[in-house]
Design a protein around this ligand. Structure first.
Ligand SMILES: [Mn+2]
Length: 310
């Protein structure tokens, strides 16, 4: 942490990056870092990088859109396993600090904080500031708490450890109101109900794998983006007969199909790797060039499920 702090102190300009298609942990670690560094170093230019057009943004208070000046830039890249997934151009930066909890595939930083068994990147960031005995601003603590509960599925996943609760306890000590945070997460709209209904009516299954498919037409009819279409993947979770479940969405822009794969006690990330994807053992993504490839993916997943049953 001291080495990191020295690095941060050396730069007057710090750009905070995270991965494309940001989730609660990507935003959580980014905003957590943003509000903390802004308070710790009010004279520095702290810049949020990446597209800010997500539905999740309503969960966070207003932020400033700072412009980059001519001074050298330190990049802090959060929650991003490989360079290709960074949202924004880091070639403008002089040094890179990587902070991540994914399986290590690309240590692209000048300093790499890679803690594979951490529940979330937000957990790592929270514990870094705890080590400094720094009292986080409420906004930062809220963002980091949302990041932790997002990636650990409200402390449900096995990635949840004593460290996760240590981070949560440190964040709660700042005085955040977790009931409000949970309410802001759980409140749904009637349209969510319509989408869930569509999924329950149209999902398919094959040998332990359940999935739903949303074509561009379906997405249009349901009035949601492709990314939003993937977010309903856990509608098919917790069904005894389906240890693996997936969301398949047509990506009209890139002429391919995006797959979100989730599983219970069956590691699926290596299979995801075979289909231009990857991620965590029980939560991965993949990209298919055609729907024929979907059959291939399902066959591989069924093989994996059967291995376990032998
Ligand atoms: Mn994460």
């Amino acid at each position: 942490m001291n080495e990191i702090l020295k690095m941060i102190e050396n730069y007057n300009q710090i750009a905070l990056y995270r991965h494309v298609n940001p989730d609660l942990d990507a935003f959580g670690s980014q905003f957590g870092m943003y509000w903390t560094l802004k308070e710790m170093f009010p004279q520095k230019n702290i810049i949020l990088q990446g597209k800010m057009d997500s539905d999740l943004l309503h969960l966070y208070p207003e932020y400033e859109v700072n412009t980059i000046n001519k001074e050298p830039i330190l990049a802090i890249v959060l929650d991003t396993a490989n360079k290709e997934r960074i949202d924004g151009d880091i070639s403008i930066c002089d040094k890179i600090l990587k902070i991540d909890h994914h399986i290590v595939i690309d240590s692209y930083g000048d300093i790499n904080v890679e803690i594979e068994n951490a529940s979330s990147c937000s957990e790592i960031v929270a514990l870094m500031f705890k080590e400094l005995e720094y009292k986080l601003p409420i906004k930062a603590a809220q963002a980091l708490y949302l990041g932790i509960i997002g990636d650990s599925n409200r402390f449900l996943y096995s990635s949840t450890s004593a460290k996760t609760f240590e981070a949560a306890s440190y964040l709660i000590d700042t005085g955040i109101n977790i009931e409000n945070l949970y309410q802001s997460l759980y409140l749904k709209k009637k349209s969510d109900l319509e989408i869930t209904k569509f999924i329950y009516n149209h999902y398919q299954e094959d040998g332990g794998v359940a999935w739903y498919y949303l074509s561009s037409e379906n997405l249009k009819a349901l009035n949601i983006s492709r990314e939003q279409g993937s977010n309903y993947v856990n509608t098919l979770a917790n069904i005894e007969e389906y240890p693996v479940w997936m969301a398949v969405t047509q990506n009209e822009v890139d002429h391919n199909y995006r797959v979100s794969i989730r599983s219970r006690s069956i590691a699926i990330n290596e299979i995801a790797n075979l289909f231009h994807g990857g991620g965590h053992a029980y939560a991965s993504g993949a990209t298919l060039q055609s729907l024929d490839e979907l059959n291939l993916l399902i066959e591989k997943l069924k093989e994996k499920i059967n291995e376990r049953n032998v």
